[in-house]
Every structure is written in structure tokens, then in C-alpha cells.
Design a binder for this molecule. Structure first.
Ligand SMILES: C[S@@+](CC[C@H](N)C(=O)[O-])C[C@H]1O[C@@H](n2cnc3c(N)ncnc32)[C@H](O)[C@@H]1O
Length: 493
């Protein structure tokens, strides 16, 4: 691959891609939903059949999405004005007699805001190949989950650490004035530059480890999908192994990022953390944060046991543990986790905001399903936490969010239906639920917004009506109201 030559062919390549409408919408129309789905399952035959009737677009589909050997003359027609010779010389294609094949992965993506093209290394899913140590991974599940979970409110400057093919940086360019992206892997920096050029985006791309290339600078937003695989301190593949022991990469990112955030700046990171026998995972993540200056919201999306975790990543690296040679790798990996008393590996999103107050951490499970993107929720969460820090809830008025429902569950009992649980349920965002008793349900029902009573008055009224002590009620109600506000079920009026 030749970076300068690749960059120089981007304008003519872009012209060919635009002319053939090599974009997500046209692909879906041309292939049809079933064949398009077959493509995402890495099943080439239905796609090859459907592409036969798609003219030059079909050639691009077979060339880049199926990694087929394609007649050079057909490719020349589909890529014009780019010549096959120039594409081969730049390292986009490989030539083999009368046929050419893709040497890089080039695919359209809709990451919000219209079609984009992403250039990465070929993943071997349709044409098996070795994965070299500097392999630049394309857009995978983790990349997409971070894309969907990243706040996209307009910001000035954005930093993407470990940019790989440049996907998060490209996304950032749609809402940030300036985007800086770094990667340890020079090949990744080069391919991210090609991704940017093909999309006519300006990115500042810097090679170097972690935050080294941006030492002394601060950003309004930082995003990172770092190489967070929890393993031994060795690098098999740069895209997933940090060379740091266990969850060291996540620790480094979470503990280090505050120094690179401008006041009020936010970070959205993917991370993982080990669950150690006898320890609370929340305490482990808390120990990575500075004592001052950060609001943190950590959501654990899943926990894998060591066997599942190692098996999954072995498969990801194309290793078959039925082969005795690779079985040894799994054996050593599991031994290493066992020697560190690892019971499970948690995975999720870490949102941080730079403040000038003592650090505030909420670390919680979010393993249930929900459909709304988390990015906007994270910004709302930080606003609510900042409000709670500055206000005494007892003197404040609240309103119940319009999506909040009270749900009561009754089961048949000796005397007919018997209520077994009552819950406040948020009908949007992360769909949080809080179990409540009747007193709290009444308290929330009494929250009538700006014209209503302040919380302290509501508590006194309720205590008098139910013959309970107002101070005792306040002691239990205040933390609960804090929790409801953090989770957005109840909001300041
Ligand atoms: C999981 S990939 C993420 C790629 C891309 N950002 C995405 O979301 O698809 C992790 C990236 O981090 C890079 N990386 C590995 N070690 C690094 C380090 N010490 N400093 C910076 N980047 C690193 C890898 O080269 C790889 O591109």
C-alpha cells in the first residue's frame, strides 16, 4: 500500500463510486433485502447472482464486497476515470494476469448524515487470509455500538484515540468543527487518511501511542474504541491487544483522558474491566478515576465468563481451539485469567465529563434491551447530575417525565388479586425501572411541576396524611429522588 499514491487516486476513485452509485441505499435497492442480508452473513453466492444484473455497480460489488477475482476490462470500465494500473500501483487492487482483485476493503456505510466510504484491510471473511499484526480492522460490532452511543451535539474539537480505519473520526466530522485522530499503527493512520480523502473530510491524523501525539492539548469531546481485549501483556493484533495486562488499556484510557478534556468536555469510551473474586467491579472502575474533576457514568452492557470470553476472541482472531497448537494459547490465556482470580469480564460504555467539582461516579448495569441511542442520554445525565450538585432537592419543585409510567403487578392470592410489586418505569431512553412503595408512588404523583409544592412540603403533607415521621420519610425519599432524577424519571420543574 502506498499512502501518497492512494491519496492521489481518491478524487478519481470518488468520481467512479459516485457515478456507479456505490452507496448504501442503492446497494440495498439493487441487491434486495434478502441478498443484502446474505452479504452481512458473509454468504457470497446470492449476492454474486444478484449483482450479475447490476452493470458496473455489480462489478464494484463483486470486486470490493465479495473480494472476487474480476476481469480487468470490467473493472477498468467500472473504475474509470481511475485506471486499473494506478489502482494496482497504489495498492487498492492486486493484478493477476487478466483478473484483478481488491487489496483493500472499500465499502459504503450510512453512519448518520448520508453515505460515507470506509477503507480498511480485507477481513478474510469471504477470502481467507492471514491477519498480520498491523491489520487495520474495518467497522465491526464494537465500532457500531460506539457510533450509536456517542453524543452528537455540535462541539468545537474532537479527538478519536485509536482511529483504525477512521470510522469514529469520520462520524465526529459530522458534528465537530475539527477532528484529530491518533493511532499507534501507522498503517491505520494511512488508511484513515484515505477514508477521509475519499469522503472529502479534513481530519488531523497523528501516529503515536495513546495520548502521546496530543500531549498538552485539550478537546471538547474524546471518543475511543481502544484495543481493550483482556489478556496477557502481549500484542497479537494491534487492533485488539494493547500490550497491557488484563484491563490495563481501559484503565489507561479512563484514568488518562481527563487531562485531555477541555472544561465541560465529554468522553465516550468503550471499555472492559475484570470482575475479581471478592471485589465489586464498580470499585475497580472507581479506582481509575481522579478524585476531583470528573462526572462519570459507566454502564455495563454485558459480563462474559472467562471460557466464553477467551473462546469468542480466539474465534475473532481466526483461531480454532480444536487445533492442539492454538489450544495452548487458550489454555495459557485461561490460566492467566485464573491466576488473577478473574471471574468474569465486564464490557460497556464509559461517559466522562470534565468538571471543577469532586468526582462523581455512577456505575451500573444496563443489560436489558432498549432502542434509543445512549449518546443524548449521557449528555442529559450529566446535566441532571450537575443540577443535583447545585440544588437542595427539598427546596426544589419537580415534574414527572411524560414517558414515566407507574406499573403495578398483581398475582392471584387467597383474597383475589394481590399486588406484589410497583415500579416506576421510564418508557424511553435506557428504559430504567425503580421499585417503589405506595408512599413513594404518592410522593411522585404529587409532583406537579412549577405550580406544585416543593419536595420538602410534599413530604410533610404525605407524612401527616399517613401518620409517619416527616424527617424519617425525608431521609429515605431524598436519595430516591436523586436516583429518579439521575435516571430521568423525575425532572426539575
Ligand atoms: C478496536 S480498534 C478501533 C478502531 C476504530 N476506532 C473503530 O472504532 O472501529 C483499536 C485501534 O486502536 C489502535 N491502537 C492499538 N494500540 C494503541 C495505542 N497504544 N495507542 C493508540 N492506538 C492504539 C489499533 O491500531 C486500532 O486501530
Amino acid at each position: 500500500m502506498n499512502r501518497d499514491e492512494l491519496l492521489s487516486i481518491c478524487p478519481s476513485l470518488r468520481e467512479a463510486l459516485l457515478r456507479n452509485r456505490y452507496d448504501t441505499d442503492t446497494l440495498l435497492d439493487a441487491l434486495g433485502p434478502e441478498n443484502h442480508a446474505a452479504l452481512s452473513r458473509s454468504e457470497p453466492v446470492p449476492v454474486r447472482r444478484a449483482s450479475a444484473g447490476c452493470g458496473e455497480l455489480g462489478t464494484l460489488i463483486r470486486l470490493f464486497l465479495l473480494t472476487d477475482d474480476c476481469p480487468a476490462a470490467e473493472v477498468a470500465a467500472a473504475l474509470a476515470p481511475l485506471t486499473v494500473d494506478d489502482a494496482v500501483s497504489a495498492g487498492l487492487l492486486e493484478s493477476d494476469g487478466d483478473v484483478v482483485r481488491a487489496a483493500l476493503d472499500l465499502r459504503p456505510m450510512d453512519i448518520g448524515g448520508g453515505n460515507r466510504w470506509v477503507v480498511s484491510d480485507l477481513d478474510g471473511s469471504l477470502r481467507p487470509r492471514e491477519t498480520p499484526v498491523d491489520h487495520v480492522i474495518g467497522v465491526g460490532h464494537a465500532s457500531l455500538s460506539l457510533l450509536q452511543a456517542t453524543p452528537t451535539a455540535p462541539v468545537g474539537s474532537l479527538l478519536d484515540v485509536g482511529t483504525g480505519c477512521g470510522i469514529q473520526a469520520l462520524h465526529g466530522a459530522s458534528y465537530a468543527d475539527t477532528v484529530t485522530a491518533t493511532d499507534l499503527n501507522v498503517r491505520a493512520v494511512d488508511l484513515a487518511a484515505v477514508t477521509a480523502a475519499l469522503n472529502e473530510e479534513r481530519l488531523e491524523l497523528l501516529a503515536g501511542s495513546w495520548f502521546d501525539p496530543v500531549e498538552g492539548r485539550t478537546f471538547d469531546q474524546v471518543v475511543a474504541n481502544p484495543p481493550f481485549v483482556v489478556s496477557r501483556a502481549r500484542v497479537g493484533h494491534t487492533y485488539r491487544d494493547s500490550g497491557l495486562d488484563l484491563d490495563g488499556a481501559s484503565e489507561l484510557m479512563i484514568s488518562g483522558v481527563a487531562d485531555y478534556l477541555a472544561p465541560g468536555g465529554t468522553a465516550a469510551l468503550l471499555a472492559s474491566w475484570i470482575h475479581v473474586e471478592g471485589e465489586d467491579w464498580r470499585a475497580r472502575v472507581a479506582s481509575w478515576l481522579p478524585a476531583h474533576g470528573i462526572d462519570a457514568w459507566v454502564v455495563q452492557r454485558d459480563v462474559a465468563d472467562p471460557a466464553l470470553y477467551v473462546g469468542t476472541w480466539m474465534r475473532d482472531g481466526g483461531l480454532d481451539t480444536r487445533d492442539p497448537a492454538t489450544a495452548t494459547i487458550a489454555e495459557e490465556w485461561l490460566d492467566h485469567l485464573a491466576s488473577a482470580d478473574v471471574e468474569g469480564i465486564g464490557f460497556g460504555f464509559v461517559y466522562l465529563r470534565r468538571t471543577d467539582a469532586p468526582t462523581d461516579l455512577m456505575a451500573e448495569d444496563l443489560t436489558h434491551g432498549f432502542s434509543d441511542p445512549l449518546g443524548a442520554e449521557a449528555l442529559g445525565y450529566f446535566e441532571r447530575v450537575a443540577w443535583l450538585r447545585e440544588h437542595d432537592v427539598l427546596t426544589a419543585r419537580f415534574r414527572v417525565d411524560e414517558s414515566t409510567a407507574l406499573e403495578r403487578v398483581f398475582l392471584p392470592g387467597d383474597e383475589g388479586w394481590t399486588q406484589v410489586v410497583a415500579r416506576l418505569h421510564r418508557g424511553n431512553g435506557p428504559a430504567w425501572q425503580h421499585e417503589v412503595d405506595d408512599l413513594v408512588a404518592s410522593l411522585v404523583a404529587g409532583m406537579r411541576g412549577g405550580d406544585g409544592l416543593v419536595l420538602g412540603e410534599l413530604i410533610e403533607l404525605l407524612a401527616a396524611a399517613h401518620g409517619v415521621d416527616a424527617e424519617e420519610l425525608a431521609q429515605s425519599a431524598v436519595p430516591l429522588v436523586h436516583a429518579l432524577v439521575r435516571h430521568g424519571l423525575v425532572l426539575p420543574a
